[in-house]
Write a protein that binds this ligand. Structure first.
Ligand code: GLU
Length: 321
C-alpha cells in the first residue's frame, strides 16, 4: 500500500518519542571498559535524518560518545566497497551467531564457517581485510576517512577511551589469535585488533550517526554532503547484515517489535535504517543485559510505532512537505 507521511508528522513522532522515553529508568552503563562506566547515564539524544538531509534533533545529539560496535557497520561498508558482496561473504560471512557480541564460543562452533562483520570476531577480521595489507597507518586512514564520508563530518578518536579499551581488551585479544588459528584473519592479528579498538573508540554524535543511517537508507547517497559514498547495490547487503545481527542475541525480538533494522553499541548508541525512508539514531549510556541501550531502543521503537512503520509492512512510504 502507498502511505504518505508529512514532515510535520515525522517531527511530532520524534518529539513525542523523546518526551516519552526521557525519564525511563533501567539498565547500566557498560563497565567492562572503565571509561564507559563513568559517562553521565542521563545523557540522551534522538536524531532522525530525512532523504533530503533535513534533521530532527532532540536532546544531547551533539555529545561525542564512543561509537563502539556501531563502527562495525561502517567498516563493513568499507570492505564491501573493497571486496564486493561476494568477497565479504566468502571471507567473513553474513550469518547471525545467536550469541553475545564477544563470544569465543561462536568462533569455536563455527570455525569452519564464517560469521558476520557485525560481531567482534568478524569485525576484527574486517579490519584485517582493509587494504593495503601490512600498513597500519594507511589502513587506519581508510577506516577513519570512511567514517567521515558516511557521517558528512570528521569524527575524532577519544584518546582516553582508546587507552581504557586497549588496556582491558583481553577477550578481544583471545578472539584475534583464535581467528588466526582458524585462518579467518587476513593481516597481523595484533595490528587488526588495534585498528578495531581504535575504530570502536571514535567519538560520534547521534546527529552524525543518523546522517550515516540516512546514507544507507538512501542507497549510499549522503543527503548532507550530497556525495555518493558507496555503490547502490551494496545498500541491501548492509541492511541485511544489520537486520540479522544488529542487536546480537536480541536481534529477532528487536526486529519483531520495532520493525527497523538497527545496530547498537556498548557506548549507548543505536543506528536504525528504514530503506528509502529515513535514518535514525539515538544515544543513552545505560544498557540492557545484551549490551543494547535501554532508552535508545525505546525511543527508536516509539517513533516506528507512532508512525505505523515497519520494514516488512509492504508499504511504499512517501514523505511529503
Ligand atoms: N569495543 C567493544 C568490544 O569490543 C564493542 C562492543 C559493542 O559495542 O558491542 O567489546
Amino acid at each position: 500500500m502507498k502511505k504518505t507521511l508529512t514532515k510535520a508528522q515525522v517531527k511530532t513522532a520524534v518529539e513525542e518519542a523523546f518526551s516519552k522515553v526521557k525519564n525511563l529508568k533501567g539498565g547500566k552503563n557498560a563497565n567492562y571498559i572503565p571509561f564507559l562506566a563513568n559517562i553521565d547515564p542521563d545523557l540522551f539524544g534522538l536524531s532522525l535524518t530525512l532523504p533530503d538531509g533535513e534533521q530532527f534533533n532532540l536532546g544531547d545529539t551533539e555529545y561525542k560518545f564512543g561509537i563502539e560496535s556501531v563502527s562495525k557497520v561502517l567498516t563493513a561498508i568499507l570492505i564491501l566497497k573493497e571486496y564486493g558482496a561476494e568477497g565479504v561473504l566468502q571471507k567473513i560471512g553474513a550469518d547471525a551467531t545467536g550469541l553475545p557480541f564477544n563470544s569465543i564460543f561462536a568462533i569455536l562452533l563455527e570455525n569452519d564457517h564464517p560469521s558476520t562483520p557485525l560481531v567482534n570476531a568478524g569485525a576484527i577480521s574486517a579490519c584485517s581485510m582493509v587494504t593495503p595489507q601490512g600498513d597500519s597507518d594507511a589502513k587506519w586512514k581508510k577506516i577513519i576517512d570512511n567514517i567521515s564520508d558516511l557521517c558528512a563530518s570528521p569524527a575524532p578518536v577519544l584518546d582516553e577511551l582508546y587507552k581504557s579499551e586497549s588496556a582491558t581488551n583481553f577477550n578481544n585479544r583471545a578472539i584475534a589469535w583464535l581467528l588466526k588459528n582458524y585462518n579467518r584473519i587476513y593481516d597481523d592479528p595484533d595490528m587488526s585488533l588495534d585498528l578495531y579498538t581504535r575504530q570502536c573508540s571514535v567519538g560520534i554524535t547521534a546527529s552524525q550517526l543518523s546522517i550515516c543511517a540516512a546514507t544507507i537508507a538512501n542507497k549510499g547517497f549522503n543527503p548532507v554532503s550530497k556525495k555518493q559514498i558507496f555503490a547502490e547495490e551494496l545498500a541491501p547487503k548492509i541492511t541485511t547484515l544489520i537486520s540479522s545481527v544488529g542487536f546480537y542475541q536480541h536481534t529477532g525480538d528487536w526486529l519483531y517489535t520495532s520493525g527497523i533494522p538497527a545496530k547498537s553499541g556498548v557506548g549507548g548508541g543505536v543506528l536504525g535504517v528504514l530503506p528509502g525512508v529515513f535514518g535514525i539514531a539515538a544515544f543513552a549510556p545505560p544498557l540492557d543485559e545484551a549490551g543494547n541501550s535501554v532508552k535508545a531502543q525505546a525511543a527508536v521503537k516509539a517513533v516506528m510505532n507512532k508512525l505505523g512503520l515497519g520494514v516488512f509492512n509492504g508499504d511504499q512510504i512517501e514523505i511529503a512537505d
